[in-house]
Design a binder for this molecule. Structure first.
Ligand code: SF4
Length: 140
């Protein structure tokens, strides 16, 4: 009698386990009465910290980047002057007063700006009327 009663009691639980095993595994199986409690779902990871907005681009002519000093060793090495008319024509015989940073292909300042970045002097601005030995005419 005890065995039959126990068997009848186990049928619903076994059916639930079988149904869950045959399902598409989308839902967790129902826990059997004597099964261990299901593990608690993993807590969602904390949301990522907000990424600060990129600082605004520095203005081309009056940004925070300091002007290149003619005495800077890199400037001296390339004969940079803030005014192309003061370029050392003896040392740089190919220099012409018509050449200036504003017409140089490496100059990154906006048209009409007094100064702008030059990749040869990262973090500094060069004068639009400046010049250095790396001058290369801006393509037309
Ligand atoms: Fe000016 Fe061109 Fe020399 Fe840069 S490379 S400093 S833009 S002349």
């Amino acid at each position: 009698m005890t065995t039959r009663r126990r068997f009848i009691f186990m049928i619903p639980a076994s059916g639930a386990v079988l149904a869950a095993a045959c399902s598409d595994q989308a839902t967790p199986p129902a826990a059997a009465p004597d099964a261990a409690p299901a593990a608690a779902p993993m807590a969602a990871p904390p949301p990522p910290a907000p990424v600060p907005a990129a600082p605004p681009a520095a203005p081309e002519s009056s940004g925070s980047a300091p002007m290149l000093d003619e005495a800077d060793p890199a400037a001296v090495a390339l004969g940079y002057v803030a005014d192309t008319a003061r370029a050392d024509k003896t040392k740089y015989p190919n220099h012409a007063d018509s050449q200036s940073c504003a017409t140089c292909g490496l100059y990154q300042g906006t048209a009409g700006a007094d100064a702008g970045p030059c990749p040869l002097f990262a973090g500094k601005q060069v004068a639009a009327q400046g010049w250095c030995a790396s001058y290369v005419k801006k393509p037309a």
